[in-house]
Design a protein around this ligand. Structure first.
Ligand code: ACO
Length: 433
């Protein structure tokens, strides 16, 4: 294949270099397009075919259903890794040694304490507030209590690395506390820090569910399930929330502010909010008598805004490897916990119908990561409204790793072009003068 791409506009030919990634993906480098053509640009709503950056973090092949973090397959990581190991891998590029992992965990633990005034802000939210709104606000508020110095300085990389490391362990230490406290507040439980002698994932669960005057008993099935879910959500290259984090950070806004923006982007039902939307949809189908065919018909009817939530993906056009793992885990977790959930059968029924339905087959619509995750969260005792906040906890390493990569490469500020389609010039006439 030629390493050049040729574009012809009005009979004039222009050459552009191509770039090949380590998995042989080819991109056309159009960074000189405007200057050589005298102002021609590209248009690609939703960035369906636009690469925004080069990245060494996550590889995915949507046609083959492959997902790898720093070269390691999602199947192996979900089966064998610890979430904190994966976190370290995504942020720092290599798996940690035992010493590095222990130090990382102890640095995170030393940063869990949240300022008392943050408690007051949490108290000021109504109980009905959505956890994602609370979490995004509190994450942004952390900036005020941790005056950040994570601006990447081209002059003093070492000092910057140290300041950034401190903020990374703060994010990983404090955000789980904020998620757990949001749940505790909803449940009318006093806020506490769990038990710092526990593992990272174990303590998230203890902080969420520990009750006063009751002995907290750790359930290993639940710990393993959460560990797996967090790993499966840890990064997914340039998705909506990660692109948001990178673009906010590209203005040199700090890490807390960028992650707060990522949390807001994740909230929407077309992205991370799908896990809540799926469960609500499955419940509604159950309440309506369990007629999956009726809802399949609604999803296919273009005059009906209903979509089959948890189905379809921008990049996976064969299957979502995370969904495969989660489907098996849902069966195992429900069995191990002795939970019988009729909506699991409704979910499987919908999937089976979709797999042979020409509408879904032709459009390559398969269950995504969020189709079965909510069923596991619910079996673990996590309320539906908290599902997307759990996703945010899993996505923290990805957001941090991608933010760090973007800043240390000194990427330019994100600023797309547009094609203006509004009025041409018209003279102004005031109604007040
Ligand atoms: N139900 C019914 N039809 C669908 C669905 C669905 N869930 N998803 C896509 N389609 C149809 C579209 O109507 C469109 O049909 P058309 O070609 O006849 O117009 C076609 O499939 C392509 O869909 P687009 O919306 O163009 O695909 P896009 O890549 O823009 O959207 C998205 C991907 C947002 C994930 C979409 O499939 C969707 O809305 N799914 C449901 C929400 C969801 O589960 N989101 C979570 C994604 S995973 C994650 O972010 C963690």
């Amino acid at each position: 294949m030629s390493d050049k791409a040729i574009l012809e506009i009005n009979g004039q030919k222009y050459e552009f270099p191509t770039f090949k990634g380590s998995e042989n993906e080819v991109a056309i480098d159009i960074s000189t397009l405007r200057s050589v053509t005298g102002g021609v640009t590209t248009i690609d709503p939703g960035f369906k075919n636009t690469g925004s950056c080069k990245s060494e973090i996550t590889f995915l092949d949507g046609e083959k259903g492959i997902l790898r973090y720093r070269g390691y397959s999602i199947e192996e990581l979900a089966d064998k890794a610890d979430f904190l190991e994966v976190t370290y891998l995504l942020i720092f590029g290599e798996l940690p040694s035992k010493e590095q992992l222990d130090k990382f965990h102890s640095d995170i633990k030393s940063e869990t304490i949240v300022d008392d005034d943050i408690r007051k802000i949490l108290d000021a939210f109504p109980k009905s507030a959505h956890p994602m709104g609370v979490l995004s606000s509190l994450t942004s508020a952390l900036t005020a209590f941790n005056p950040t110095n994570d601006q990447v300085s081209n002059i003093d990389y070492e000092r910057t690395r140290e300041a950034l490391y401190n903020n990374i362990v703060k994010v990983l230490g404090k955000i789980p506390v904020l998620v757990a406290w949001t749940l505790r507040k909803k449940n009318g439980l006093p806020l506490d820090y769990g038990d710092s002698s526990l593992g990272y994932v174990e303590n998230i669960l203890k902080m969420m569910f520990n009750k006063p005057n009751e002995v907290y008993v750790q359930n290993q099935v639940v710990v393993n399930a959460l560990n797996k879910l967090l790993i499966l959500h840890a990064d997914h290259e340039q998705n909506c929330s990660t692109s948001t984090v990178r673009i906010v950070g590209s203005s040199h806004a700090g890490l807390f502010a960028s992650i707060s923006a990522g949390i807001s982007a994740l909230w929407g039902p077309l992205h991370g909010g799908a896990n809540q939307a799926v469960l609500e949809m499955l419940e509604a189908i159950k309440e309506d008598g369990g007629d999956t065919k009726k809802y399949m018909a609604k999803a296919k009817d273009k005059s009906d805004p209903f979509r089959l939530m948890g189905f379809g993906h921008r990049v996976y056009k064969n299957f979502d490897p995370r969904a495969k793992i989660i489907k098996v885990a849902a069966d195992e977790v429900l069995k191990d916990l002795g939970v019988e959930d009729p909506i699991l059968d409704i979910a499987k029924g919908l999937e089976n119908e979709a797999l042979t339905d020409p509408y879904f087959v032709d459009r390559k619509l398969y269950p995504n990561v969020d189709f079965y995750s909510g069923i596991i969260y619910r079996a673990m005792g996590i309320p539906v409204e908290m599902f997307t906040a759990m996703f945010a906890l899993g996505r923290l390493p990805g957001w941090i790793g991608q933010w760090k990569e973007m800043r240390f490469r000194n990427e330019p500020i994100g600023r797309p072009r547009q094609i203006y389609t509004g009025s041409t010039y018209r003279p102004f006439k005031s109604v007040s003068k």
